[in-house]
Design a protein around this ligand. Structure first.
Ligand code: SAH
Length: 203
């Protein structure tokens, strides 16, 4: 997975490649999906949701440019896989998940596997998590109709937001950097995530 799907396709960060090599993806997918755990695709994980393709997990993590000292928010914890990868790259990760059963199983799994610097909160992450802001980096793992303003507001100075924005069936992965009162925006690549729901998502 790391050699063919990540390194060969341009993931450069040795820290990201190392984290992708370390996190046991097969322990994050449903038992009937274990044989496909390292294949080059997103996989269904129940409740109509998916675990993202390995390349997308790595590319999003790389775009956050983490050095190890950051507080990170993930919106859309799902299985907790992306949060586990981020936890090896940052100081602290808070992952919000709207579906209670997924939040509970992600929390249980991350604790069992020893990811002690990740916390899973159940709730609407489209509003961010104002009580815990500011964040050095925010990753949204579900497709938004537009960039939610609260997420920009909750970024620290110099903070990075990576978010898929577009229609429900196709989006562009955006990287937004907050610099003073302005933001700069860069399109990374086309992608397809499950919809972000909630106040700033699709209703
Ligand atoms: N990062 C996950 C996969 C994300 S799938 C992993 O590694 O497994 C997208 C997730 O976003 C789904 O679990 C979905 O329930 C969740 N989601 C959608 N809208 C949300 C919202 N407003 N707040 C929090 N989670 C949300």
């Amino acid at each position: 997975m790391v050699a063919r799907q990540l390194r060969e396709r341009g993931i450069r960060s040795e820290r990201v490649l190392g984290a992708m090599e370390t996190v046991p993806r097969h322990l994050f997918v449903p038992s009937e999906r274990v044989p496909e755990a390292y294949s080059d695709e997103a996989l269904p994980v129940g409740e109509g949701q998916t675990i993202s393709q390995p390349y997308v997990v790595a590319a999003s993590a790389e775009a956050l440019a983490l050095e190890g000292h950051e507080r990170v928010l993930e919106v859309g914890a799902g299985t907790g896989y992306q949060a586990a990868v981020l936890s090896l790259l940052a100081r602290e990760v808070i992952a919000v998940e709207t579906i209670p059963s997924l939040a509970e199983s992600a929390r249980e799994r991350l604790t069992r596997l020893g990811y002690s610097n990740v916390r899973v909160e159940q709730g609407d992450g489209s509003e961010g998590l104002a009580g815990e802001a500011p964040f050095d980096a925010i990753l949204v793992s579900a497709a938004a109709p537009a960039v939610p303003q609260p997420l920009i507001d909750q970024l620290a100075e110099g903070g990075r937001l990576v978010i898929p924005v577009g229609l429900t069936d196709r989006q562009q992965l955006l990287r937004i950097v907050k610099e003073g009162n302005r933001t700069t925006e860069q399109k990374l690549f086309p992608c397809r995530f499950v919809p972000l729901v909630g106040r700033f998502g699709w209703r």
